[in-house]
Design a protein around this ligand. Structure first.
Ligand code: SAM
Length: 230
């Protein structure tokens, strides 16, 4: 069991405004913009119109990238952190988006509501990941999928060094200093493939899921997890 499972989401729940501002500054650089763009391309290739929910949307940068590629998609964002949502409202100013504060364990969205659910770097923070996934199952339409991107704790850290150095050449001083620390922390706290698969096996997604190792923005450290509501 990783060390954040009991406290990750509660840290974000209490995150002060300055924490959200700093997080956004740390993430707002060209390698991260490429990261959101690559994920947004993946998602918009699957959905031309309809409702998309980004779970743990943080400062809303993925929603922004999705809107840039396809403004016809109806955007929803959920996050446990009021401070993050305030930053998301700022970043998404002028874009029609439904942002809500809440825990993915229990939402007030109707059954069978979303055409696609996305989530990047949030599942590893949930106290009860099975319940979060079960709630995603409830609010997804039948025959539709959730696509999650999570760090792979067992990714080859040596193989990360060269692409990481290349990415760090393109970022501001704040990201140069704290970026490698943030990546190390996220990797240490992440799940392994076996742990992720075991979590999914305990949910209604068990019959139809896949976990693939993928490179995003040059970094080979991600899982792309696809969960189908059959
Ligand atoms: C590391 S940040 C990632 C933010 C964004 N997805 C991104 O890729 O930039 C994780 C986000 O998940 C949110 N979060 C953590 N646990 C959550 C939960 N149980 N329900 C909803 N949001 C949660 C946090 O508040 C935080 O904004």
């Amino acid at each position: 069991m990783n060390k954040w499972t009991s406290k990750g989401e509660s840290i974000f729940f209490r995150l002060p405004r300055i924490g959200a501002v700093l997080y956004d500054k740390l993430m707002h650089n060209s390698p991260m913009q490429l990261y959101y763009k690559e994920i947004a391309e993946d998602l918009t290739s699957r959905l031309s119109a309809g409702r998309l929910l980004d779970v743990g949307t943080g400062p809303g940068r993925l929603l922004q990238a999705i809107h840039g590629l396809n403004p016809a998609i109806e955007l929803y964002g959920l996050d446990i952190s009021a401070a993050m949502l305030k930053q998301a409202r700022k970043n998404l100013y002028g874009i029609a988006v439904n942002l809500r504060q809440g825990n993915i364990r229990h939402t007030d969205f109707p059954n069978d509501y979303f055409d696609l659910v996305a989530c990047t770097g949030s599942l590893y923070l949930w106290e009860r990941p099975e319940e979060g996934l079960q709630e995603i199952y409830r609010i997804l339409k039948s025959g539709q999928s959730a696509i999650l991107f999570e760090c792979d704790r067992e990714s080859d850290r040596q193989a990360l060094q060269i692409p990481l150095r290349e990415n760090l050449r393109q970022v501001n001083m704040l990201s140069k200093i704290f970026g490698p620390l943030a990546i190390k922390q996220a990797l240490d706290a992440a799940y392994s493939r076996k742990e992720i698969s075991e979590i999914i096996q305990r949910t209604s997604f068990a019959p139809h899921f896949s976990v693939a190792e993928v490179t995003i923005s040059g970094l080979p450290m991600w899982f792309r997890i696809e969960l189908l509501k059959g």
